[in-house]
Design a protein around this ligand. Sequence first.
Ligand SMILES: [Zn+2]
Length: 74
Amino acid sequence: MRRKRGGTVRIIPLSEGMELQLKKPHPCGGDRFRLLRVGSLCRVVCEKCGRDMEMDRVKLEKAIKSTSAPQAEK
Ligand SMILES: [Zn+2]
């Protein structure tokens, strides 16, 4: 049962290990983050400088530009 309350709600399936590209780059200049933990509070780590941060899931979903499946090796 799903009700729409005006506006579009886009649900992004998030899974641990996923790579995220965010609209706002990190102060270090990197815009790619690895998702470490998924919950109401998500933990992501910047792939460029390695700093991790916690973000509210709702805020994180709004900040996501694109996602890509986890990559084992590059
Ligand atoms: Zn960074």
